[in-house]
Design a protein around this ligand. Sequence first.
Ligand code: DC
Length: 230
Amino acid sequence: MGKITIAIDGYSSTGKSTLAKRLASALNYVYVDTGAMYRAVTLFALNNKYVGTNEDIPSLIKQLPNINLKFVPNKTLGLSEMYLNDENVERQIRTMEVSDHVSKVATIEEVRHMLVAMQQQMGEEKGIVMDGRDIGTVVFPNAELKIFMTASPETRATRRYKELLERGEEVTFDEVLKNVQKRDRIDSTREMSPLKKAEDAIEFDNSDMGLEEQFERIYNYSLRVINKNN
Ligand code: DC
């Protein structure tokens, strides 16, 4: 059966990665979390003081060729983890500090060019589920299936707040809600590749939907699209 490309875009904390991971595993496709790539570049920028209290974007741009990003499968967990210059940074890229600076780093043209080129290479052979903000519009405009996920900011902040508490981060619900709203604003108004629904994407609002129902619906829909393309 010929494989297709599945692009999943949408606002932060809409559950894109949970759905994309499960879908990829059910279809035996590769899953790529492009947000993790922007987060890893942000971690590099924070560690080297190119963003944060100090700001030196030109130096960050100069250092881009020295950033080596890799997804390495973790057999025990059954998923891939992000490595930055051969160090496993999967936990470090999910902190509030990285979340607070990632949208800014994602507006840098040179960063986007580098990461989009890597993403297109990863998807060359199809059989991929990629989630992000610009996958259906910029990375794979010809993807056979495009899904645009939405949910209310409060629903998304509640999900993210729970996740952060479970990981032992000390945050308030209000801080998380503000971060979600700030990222929505920056992600959808930036000049280059702003977050927007591709014309041929299906919009999927999961505010009132459990994980099982979301998966069933999208999985069945994917099978129909795969059959149509064979
Ligand atoms: O999906 P996430 O929340 O981990 O993404 C982190 C940030 O990276 C998000 O605020 C916007 C940016 N991003 C992007 O600009 N383009 C992508 N394809 C993926 C993420």
